[in-house]
Write a protein that binds this ligand. Structure first.
Ligand SMILES: Cc1cc2nc3c(=O)[nH]c(=O)nc-3n(C[C@H](O)[C@H](O)[C@H](O)COP(=O)(O)OP(=O)(O)OC[C@H]3O[C@@H](n4cnc5c(N)ncnc54)[C@H](O)[C@@H]3O)c2cc1C
Ligand code: FES
Length: 251
């Protein structure tokens, strides 16, 4: 894990809601795994005081990319940066997705839950997996790439309807060994139920509001059922990736 102050390489605005932030650093890109995240903050900024977690979106050589949705002060301020502005990055943090080999794999993301998927997709393919990828959004603004099966709630791009409907149909028609997902919790809850009925393991990447990001404050705890015992796990340290079947979704 590194704590570094690095210059922004560039910011690319995808549309009015999303942008990609790039930095270049040999250390930060050295051992980063899909599903891990960094705590990021504009260097010296007082508002917000705490850094925010962002998943690793892409790693290309020593370039690290984050796909970010503008939702509040930290993300809006980050979107205004330019080349050379300094940001603080702490990471890589968290466990990341377990990487299977030579399997039939389905990826399913929703909204900004797309962020960890391209890097995961790349590493899964490098490990001999046959990967199919569904991504869903409310509308075409939430769609980032044409090379995956996209769905929109309003039908403005790709298939019309919820990603969960398409995943269910896909699983009924294709043998699938494992599902990986990141997105809104209601979506991941439904996907976990769909997978459980078919005895397919599902790895879920949980996005909880975080404070410290390193396991010190318990602010990100989630309730899980492990070996029939109720336990609390920290999303930042024990996760953010968990076995979906062990998450107690209704809490
Ligand atoms: C492990 C992890 C990885 C993440 N990866 C990404 C990423 O790759 N790209 C990205 O854009 N965002 C990601 N997020 C979410 C991002 O960290 C939050 O959106 C961030 O807090 C926004 O900061 P802000 O100051 O702009 O808005 P805030 O003022 O912090 O939040 C604005 C609104 O969003 C809500 N909110 C904040 N964080 C979350 C959350 N995690 N879940 C649900 N609601 C939340 C707040 O309650 C508030 O209503 C990730 C979160 C986690 C935990
Ligand atoms: S954010 Fe502090 S323990 Fe997870």
């Amino acid at each position: 894990m590194y704590f570094k102050k690095v210059p922004v390489l560039n910011i690319e605005h995808v549309n009015e809601e999303y942008f990609v932030l790039r930095v270049r650093d040999e250390d930060l890109t050295k051992e980063v795994k899909p599903g891990q995240f960094f705590q990021a903050k504009i260097s010296g900024a007082a508002i917000p005081l705490l850094p925010r977690p962002f998943s690793v979106y892409k790693v290309e050589g020593d370039t690290l990319e984050f796909l970010i949705k503008k939702v509040g002060p930290a993300t809006k301020n980050l979107s205004l940066l330019h080349e050379g502005h300094i940001i603080q990055l702490l990471g890589p943090l968290g466990n990341g997705f377990p990487i299977v080999r030579d399997k039939k794999v389905l990826l399913a993301s929703g909204g900004i839950g797309y962020a960890p998927m391209p890097y995961l997709n790349e590493i899964l393919k490098q490990n001999g997996n046959d990967v199919f990828f569904y991504h869903g959004g409310r509308n075409k603004n939430d769609i980032f790439c044409e090379d995956v099966e996209n769905c929109t709630d309003d039908g403005s791009l790709g298939h019309a309807g919820f990603v969960t409907e398409y995943v269910e149909k896909y699983l009924d028609a294709h043998d699938t060994d494992v599902v990986y997902t990141c997105g809104p919790e209601p979506m991941m809850k439904v996907l976990t139920s769909i997978c459980s009925k078919r005895n397919i393991p599902i790895y879920v990447s949980m996005e909880r509001v975080m404070a410290c990001g390193v396991g010190a404050c318990c602010g990100c705890a989630i309730k899980m059922s492990e070996n029939e015992h109720i336990v609390y796990r920290k999303v930042c340290k024990d996760g953010p990736v968990f076995d979906g079947a062990e998450v107690i979704w209704d809490e």
